[in-house]
Design a protein around this ligand. Structure first.
Ligand code: NCD
Ligand code: ZN
Length: 345
């Protein structure tokens, strides 16, 4: 008997669409399956004002069908004007503000070094109900890369939340059991996104048998116990955990390099991979909560009325190994196992 699974159309609560030829090449991969996405502002230069977010939104709309809604974010800097943030939100231009500790990841040089300098912005956001999305890694060179998320919780996230009561916060692309436990320990106002690839790979996948640049992303995948904690959280139905793919395209030339860029490109096959991961966890019935319901609930938005149907096939589903773009080919994330769930168009 053919198995089908129909969900409210999913949303992606953390996505990199880039700009120019890369945007044109990869945006359709997300728009094919997702209704809305939170768009990361780490362009070069970053999207820091409401006017820049509006202009970027127009470029995304030109590259995507009308069925797709980009939800814009501003890149928090020490010079961000609280009044501009509040006005952009009130005008419906932005949905959230993104915090990158300076130097944490791709294009984050303009991020925050001194958290006291953004206190007024955070207070204005708490007042206006604008969520803060955190790249949860410290950048202190003394801290081992595999410990940077856990240290961020103690040194940055928890102090920000204590100092700014009422601020809604999303801990983005969590990779550790520590982050899962911290989110669970908080009574309200804190959610977390989990990526597709962190549900699939651990650090061995990156490093054993030769270095695999297409599995390198930030935060870097951790050991297997952490991956299992993420699968448990994502498939638990707990409304605080929702999908943010962090699909982050870089050209093959930029990835396959002596200093390769961080980012996994999963937009093309995310829904097939997730169905497989949730099925293996015995939790297919929780996929709708994770991909389609918990995110809108956190953001106070309605669930999508459109749907998406997955069909299980007997034979592995084909998907392109690369997406050709005007900015060069982009390798699609390889989960390392065949996929049997196909999205019906
Ligand atoms: C992202 C990118 O390439 O912009 N890379 C990544 O590894 N996730 C930046 C980010 O979200 O950290
Ligand atoms: Zn990201």
């Amino acid at each position: 008997m053919t198995q089908h699974l129909t969900l409210p159309r999913p949303d992606d609560w953390h996505l990199h669409l880039r700009d120019g030829a890369m945007l044109d090449g990869i945006a359709p991969e997300t728009a094919r399956h997702f209704a809305r996405a939170i768009i990361m502002p780490n362009l070069v230069p970053p999207v820091v004002t409401g006017a820049e977010a509006e202009a970027y939104r127009n470029r995304i709309r030109a590259a995507t069908p009308e069925s797709f809604t980009p939800l814009m974010t501003l890149y928090l800097t020490e010079a961000t004007d609280p009044a501009d943030v509040v006005a952009a939100h009130a005008a419906g231009i932005i949905t959230a503000v993104k915090l990158y500790p300076a130097g944490a990841t791709t294009n984050s040089a303009s991020g925050v070094r001194d958290f006291d300098r953004v206190r007024a912005v955070l207070e204005a956001m708490a007042e206006a109900g604008i969520p803060l999305l955190c790249h949860g890694e410290v950048t202190d060179p003394e801290i081992d890369i595999f410990d940077r998320e856990a240290v961020f919780i103690d040194r940055v996230l928890d102090p920000i939340r204590r100092a700014t009561p009422g601020l809604r916060v999303v801990m983005e692309h969590i990779t550790t059991a520590d982050a899962v436990a911290y989110v669970r320990s908080q009574p309200e106002g804190l959610g977390a996104t989990i990526t597709t690839h962190h549900l699939v790979i651990n650090r061995n996948h990156i490093l054993v048998g030769g270095i695999k640049p297409h599995y390198y992303c930030l935060p870097v995948a951790k050991r297997e116990t952490h991956r299992l904690a993420l699968v448990e959280a994502a498939s638990s139905g707990d409304a605080r955990f929702f999908l943010g793919t962090d699909s982050a395209p870089h050209s093959d030339a930029a990835k396959e390099s002596a200093c390769g860029c961080a980012g996994c490109f999963t937009a093309t096959n995310t829904m097939s991979i997730l169905a497989q991961v949730f099925e293996s966890a015995g939790a297919l019935d929780k996929l709708a909560a994770f991909a389609s319901q918990n995110g809108p609930r956190f953001y106070g938005l309605p669930e999508n009325s459109a749907t998406l149907t997955l069909q299980k096939s007997d034979r592995p589903v084909a998907y392109p190994a690369k997406i050709e773009t005007g900015a060069g080919p982009v390798t699609v994330f390889d989960p390392g196992f065949p996929l049997y769930w196909r999205v019906l168009d």
